[in-house]
Design a binder for this molecule. Structure first.
Ligand code: TXA
Ligand code: MG
Length: 344
């Protein structure tokens, strides 16, 4: 199964949504005022979502910035807070498989069967949207991306609030967050402790985003590699197979530069290349952060974003990261590393 293309989007994104109003400088946000925890925190998160606030919350993949699917003003704030172009559609998170038919139409049997096996879990299905889905969520497309997250706190919020949209809770283009502290570092200044919140559920278990599978085409296409691998999905298919994404770029994660730390990333494939790169950067007087968890891909996926963020917050001038083999979780890790290293 070849990887989706790494080429830049054919159509450059619209200009980012309007800058969100910062909280007044004379009343700076104390990050800890935003944090809520545990099942009581999940109930509070649902209350804030229902009241039109936005809440960052943990999923098994990465933290998402949630807004109720029925609150257009809150969805608009999600775009503004992230600085995300408004034509980049959002993933709808639902509580139950039985909710699917309210939000999607013409659902192929193979998609239903994958959903029944893989949900809750890190698989997002791209389907034809029902009338119920607002155009703000789909960026005006006739498709909608849907998943059920496998995290007890996210599920509790969903049970109490109903479906929510949730892009990764980072500023657009930056490294995705896998802890509440990452979310606060990117977004605290844009959140209001009276109406919004950050639900802290500890570090995310998987660490890379969900796999996005386009079920509106035959054969189905992987638009973004993620927490469930192409091989695992293929093994679940009784007939047919998967194809690499082709045609116009359809997911923002497919832009060449994404998931990018503030310092340059240099990629190596082998021990030999690693040694040469370290020698070269060292000779140039650069401080180096090395990222190489190739011997344990589960740990690599889980820790990748935290390591990229730690490196950019250190005194390092450059990150040298080793690419794993393109198999299993290695597809997603390679994809994120290539985008982190791409020219901005
Ligand atoms: O694991 C995840 O999927 C996380 C957690 C929070 O659930 N969410 C996440 O959302 O990664 P976000 O917005 O960072 O990435 C969603 C990707 C984007 O690249 C977006 O363009 C694509 O999904 N997407 C959403 N709806 C789409 C649609 N209708 N057609 C094509 N791509 C779509
Ligand atoms: Mg994202």
């Amino acid at each position: 199964m070849p990887s989706p293309p790494d080429s830049p989007a054919e159509n450059p994104p619209d200009s980012p949504a309007d800058n969100p109003a910062h909280n007044p400088a004379d009343n700076p946000v104390n990050a800890s005022d935003l944090v809520i925890t545990g099942m009581s925190g999940a109930a509070e998160a649902a209350r804030r979502l229902n009241a039109g606030g936005v809440v960052a919350l943990p999923t098994e993949t990465v933290y998402g910035l949630a807004a109720s699917a029925d609150q257009p003003a809150a969805i608009a704030r999600v775009f503004a807070i992230k600085g995300r172009p408004v034509n980049h559609p959002l993933i709808l998170h639902i509580a139950e498989l039985s909710d699917l038919e309210r939000w999607a139409i013409d659902i192929p049997d193979v998609a239903l069967s994958l959903a029944s096996i893989c949900w809750p879990g890190p698989l997002t299905l791209l389907l034809r949207r029902s009338e119920r889905v607002s155009e703000m969520i789909t960026g005006g497309r006739d498709t909608v991306a849907i998943r059920i997250p496998a995290h007890a706190l996210a599920q509790r919020v969903l049970a109490l609030s109903g479906p929510f949209v949730a892009p990764s809770a980072n500023r657009f283009g930056h490294v995705s967050p896998t802890t509440a502290a990452h979310v606060l570092a990117d977004l605290a200044e844009f959140l209001d402790p009276h109406t919004d919140g950050v639900l802290d559920g500890g570090p995310c278990q998987i660490g890379v985003e969900s796999t996005i599978l386009d079920c509106t085409v035959t054969p189905m296409q992987i638009l973004r590699h993620g927490g469930i691998s192409a091989e695992e999905i293929e093994a679940l298919l009784l007939e047919g197979s998967l194809e690499a994404a082709s045609g116009p770029q359809r997911a923002s994660g497919m832009l060449a530069s994404h998931y990018a730390p503030r310092i340059p990333v240099r990629l190596v494939e082998s021990d030999f290349e690693m040694r040469s790169a370290i020698a070269e950067c060292g000779a140039a007087g650069q401080q180096i952060s090395v990222i190489d968890l190739c011997s344990d891909l589960v740990a690599y996926a889980r820790d990748l974003y935290a390591l990229l963020r730690a490196a950019e917050n250190s005194h390092s001038d450059v990150i040298i990261a080793r690419l794993p083999t393109a198999a299993g979780l290695g597809h997603a890790i390679r994809d994120r590393l290539h985008k982190a290293a791409a020219p901005r």
